[in-house]
Ligand binder design. Structure first.
Ligand code: CP3
Length: 342
């Protein structure tokens, strides 16, 4: 077994496992070198390269888990939504879905192997290349739907909320189609060799708990229900609103991902403690930009909050930023390992 998989199952582990969201990315010279030759989408769609950047991150950092190099937006392709990544501007969706007509035109189902087979091939390659467990992932339905509606990132998400409140019938159709596609995609990742699955609900924190219950919970739950026979641990991550931790736990996930806006121990208490669930998190990501001793002290606080209980996976509260350095990230990983080896 591995420290990461043990912690997902709340079993005692040799040390507190650590991996980092966005551990493969622009802060690495090796990644920049590849990106100087191919676009981000080409990188995602070339299994050899996606495998290489996945493995590079593990080898450079010494982390306890790999996450397949891909993006939450790739699944928009089989859903008939066109997008690209524009330099310096993030994702751009060319035909955002904003009304019942566009939603009805989306396919009812997807063939994940046929449309996203390059992700599954990259998973197979990574499994042959390294021994640490490999995490597959997707967005959760709300975050993916919000991208599809807004056409990119947003601060206010007014388009999303306008559709959600304005045409609940269309919202239901959209969220159901998205959830069903994501469940098929996640299952295909497990069939290809993914040993854990993380759902990223990165933008869900803009909702109130009541709106989460009404407009999101049934659809994310649909995914967990569809995967109930799949024998890998699931991680359910959101950001922005600690009030959603318990509703998200009720929806599903063996591990609840916690961002930095709440003390990890408080979050774990709310979730029922180590008897109830495993947790992942939650160092303030900007600590990667702080002096190393300040970062290590902050990491110690996170470890103290977790109280050494089985079922803690160390991570950042959100992804690594492009301005971090490999040396600093490596110092964090080494520090967590040194502090917690048992
Ligand atoms: O964690 C990993 O190392 C695996 C790879 C991974 C990427 N995106 C690679 C990526 C994962 C898990 C994601 C998930 C993802 N993608 C999320 C959820 C996690 C989160 O951060 O909340 C979201 C919201 C996206 C959508 C997305 N993809 C955005 C907003 C952007 C642009 C952001 C930016 O910093 O430019 C991307 C592009 C992207 N995805 C990059 C990487 C390494 C940068 C692309 C580049 O090389 O230019």
């Amino acid at each position: 077994m591995s420290a990461f998989l043990d912690a997902c199952r709340r079993k005692p582990s040799t040390h507190t496992p650590i991996w980092l969201m966005r551990q493969a990315g622009r802060y690495q010279a090796s990644y920049q070198a590849i990106r100087s030759k191919v676009s981000f989408l080409e990188l995602c769609k070339t299994p050899d390269l996606a495998c290489q950047v996945t493995v590079d991150a593990v080898e450079q950092l010494g982390v306890d888990a790999a996450i397949i190099f891909a993006d939450i937006l790739l699944v928009l392709d089989p859903l008939g939504i066109d997008f690209d990544f524009e330099k310096g501007h993030g994702p751009k969706i060319y035909n955002p879905v904003r009304d019942a007509k566009a939603i009805d035109a989306m396919p009812e189902t997807i063939d994940a192997e046929a449309s996203l087979g390059y992700v599954m091939e990259a998973i197979r390659l990574v499994r042959r290349a390294i021994d640490v467990p490999l995490i597959g992932f997707s967005a959760a339905p709300f975050t993916l739907a919000a991208y599809a509606i807004e056409g990119g990132g947003s601060k206010s998400y007014y388009e999303t909320k306008q559709l959600m409140y304005g045409d609940e019938g269309a919202w239901k159709v959209l969220m159901t189609k998205v959830a069903d596609a994501l469940a098929l995609y996640l299952r295909a990742q497990v069939d290809a060799g993914a040993q854990a699955l993380q759902l990223f609900d990165s933008w869900v924190g803009i909702l109130s708990p009541a709106d989460y219950e009404r407009y999101v919970a049934p659809y994310t739950k649909r995914i967990f229900d569809a995967l109930s026979d799949v024998d890998v641990p699931t991680l359910h991550f959101g950001t922005g609103n600690p009030e959603l931790l318990v509703p998200m736990q009720e929806v599903g996930g063996d591990v609840i991902g916690v961002d930095w806006r709440i003390d990890l121990g408080d979050a774990w208490d709310r979730l029922g403690g180590p008897e109830e669930t495993a947790v992942q998190g939650n160092l303030e990501p900007a600590m990667l930009l702080a002096p190393v001793d300040v970062m290590k002290a902050a990491a110690d606080e996170v470890l103290k909050s977790a109280g050494g209980h089985p079922g803690h996976i160390f991570n950042l509260g959100h992804g690594i930023m492009p301005t971090a350095t490999v040396d600093q990230v490596r110092a964090l990983v080494d520090h967590v390992h040194e502090k917690t080896s048992r």
